[in-house]
Design a protein around this ligand. Structure first.
Ligand code: GRF
Length: 223
């Protein structure tokens, strides 16, 4: 089945002069950690809750951190505006959502159009939204995985940069499957960001291609 094409952020090639990343997290931050440990240029980590576990790790790594508590704002627009101000203070070239659990307003998404990436724990367009591993098990799918995609106003629907697939095995629990997928998240997110910074991502009619060598956008790890 051919899916309808989402609104595409700034078609074309991205500028290789880009230098820094701001990462947004809500919790544990293992993807953030994978990105930092891959040597990517992270200027700051911003969380929407003070108890996000990843903040302590980022601080211990000497990375600037900030909290914009979503609970301090009555309306989503005001939270997003405060978040954008915090992000823009670091003037990043790329904003990376890494387990950031807030739905963003279309205005926020437009502001960072073409330089806002997310990782989602399913093979999109299957299982957008929450509880992807539980839903995959309930549906009885035999292959599951994760996707890095550009963010568009429609939740979990932007142009897909890279996906990794994993087998779903008889007897898998939600936790076991989540861990298997997470290992692949930690591989594909740094890879996607490297492509972005190397000016290699080209979007054509909602489809992302990678220019140059080593352009494999689908990983099928052996386990
Ligand atoms: C990951 O599974 C990510 O795909 C999803 O939320 C989870 C965050 O994990 N969006 P972590 O905070 O990166 O460890």
């Amino acid at each position: 089945m051919r899916r309808s094409r989402p609104a595409v952020p700034q078609p074309g090639r991205y500028n290789s002069g880009m230098k820094t990343i701001v990462i947004l997290i809500s919790g544990r931050g293992s993807n953030m950690q994978a990105i930092v440990e891959a040597g990517l240029p992270v200027a700051a980590v911003i969380a929407d809750r003070a108890d996000a576990a990843g903040l302590a790790w980022a601080k211990s790594y000497g990375i600037a951190t900030e909290v914009i508590e979503h609970g301090d704002f009555v309306v989503r627009e005001d939270f997003d505006a405060a978040l954008a101000r915090a992000i823009d203070r670091h003037a990043p070239d790329l904003v990376v959502l890494a387990g950031f659990m807030r739905i963003l307003t279309p205005e926020f998404v437009r502001r960072y159009q073409g330089r806002l990436l997310n990782i989602h724990p399913s093979l999109l367009p299957a299982f957008p939204g929450l509880h992807t591993h539980r839903r995959a098990l309930e549906e009885g799918v035999k292959v599951h995985g994760c996707s890095v995609h550009f963010v568009t106003p429609e939740l979990d629907h932007g142009p897909i940069v890279i996906q990794a697939a994993v087998p779903v095995r008889p007897g898998d629990t939600e936790e076991v499957l989540a861990a298997r997928v997470l290992r692949q998240e930690h591989r594909i997110y740094p890879l996607a960001l490297r492509w972005f910074f190397a000016d290699r991502l080209v979007i054509d009619n909602g489809v992302v291609r990678v220019s140059g060598d080593d352009t494999r956008q689908s990983l099928f790890p052996e386990e």
